[in-house]
Design a protein around this ligand. Structure first.
Ligand code: SF4
Ligand code: SF4
Length: 277
């Protein structure tokens, strides 16, 4: 069986350090890889880009970083509008825009719903990530972005090899496409893409102290989960579905139970919640 290269991106492990972004720039800016890609211009193109997602409202704010690149899809939209075989998929799954055949084919840019194809005005050429195919073909094990990630947020490998790290990760964690509704057969898959959260701060009314280690239970959407407040009396329920009704129950020995309702139209901060005797 031939190889099928892919990447799993664990958003929870991404710190937004931009090492992957810079590695891509270092490998491709101002340097052509004949037969693979023209040089990436020094400005205006981001073959691997990082989207910063800010959620919640002060003081309960969370920031996530989502690296985005070409997904080297099984059903690549970008191939459909390309003339003359200017976009093709290699046997190992890498989708390449031929830097000679694609000259003048600006229509290719708009065929990717992920918007990861860029137009090089000077060269009249559509361009995107080629998963460092020139690098892999020389025998290197990983694209530069994966090689440089210090946190292990990017795992690259052969999805057709059941013993590869990426295949084991796929089997265990079940990563998913960033936008499954596009139905492109993505081979860059994600874990822990942020969803909605419900948070709050529990305080003992009689002492005005933060209520540490208090049991908080979330019910809704067919699930029930419990956790304990941290040293600040805070609790966070992460990974919740949007537009869903939840009930939050707070229980501490010697205090009245508190029940609150929350609807995840956006991230929800229930604010300060006082426990009374
Ligand atoms: S992500 Fe876009 S550019 Fe990459 S293969 Fe899929 S359709 Fe083509
Ligand atoms: S190198 Fe790794 S941790 Fe840094 S931004 Fe890229 S994916 Fe995130």
């Amino acid at each position: 069986m031939s190889k099928k290269y892919g990447i799993v991106i664990d958003v929870a492990k991404c710190t937004g350090c931009y090492a992957c972004f810079l590695a891509c720039k270092d490998e491709n800016c101002g340097e052509a890889h004949p037969g693979y890609t023209e040089a990436q211009p020094m400005t205006g193109q981001y073959w691997l880009n990082i989207t910063e997602v800010e959620r919640g409202t002060f003081p309960k704010v969370k920031i996530s970083h989502i690296p985005k690149l070409c997904n080297h899809c099984d059903n690549p939209g970008c191939m459909q509008m390309a003339e003359n075989g200017a976009v093709y998929k290699r046997d190992d799954g890498i989708v390449i825009i031929d830097p000679e055949k694609a000259v003048g084919q600006k229509q290719i840019v708009n065929t990717c719903p992920y918007r990861v194809i860029f137009w090089n005005e000077e060269k009249q050429l559509p361009q995107k990530c080629d998963l460092c195919a020139h690098f892999l073909d020389q025998g290197f094990e990983k694209p530069r972005c994966v090689e440089m990630c210090p946190t292990g947020a990017l795992v690259f490998g052969d999805l057709n090899d059941p013993n590869s790290e990426i295949s084991k990760l796929v089997a265990e964690k079940k990563p998913y496409p960033l936008r499954p509704e596009f139905e492109l057969g993505d081979n860059v898959l994600y874990l822990n893409v942020p969803k909605k959260f419900i948070t709050g701060t529990v305080i003992y009314k009689d002492t005005d102290q933060c209520a540490k280690d208090v049991k908080v239970t979330l019910k809704g959407n067919g699930v029930e989960q419990s956790l304990e407040t941290d040293v600040f009396g805070d609790f966070w329920f992460e990974g919740l579905e949007s537009k869903t009704d939840y009930t939050v129950e707070i229980e501490a020995e010697g205090y009245k139970k508190v029940c609150l309702q929350a609807r995840t139209m956006k991230d929800v901060d229930l604010g300060e919640i006082f426990l009374e005797k």
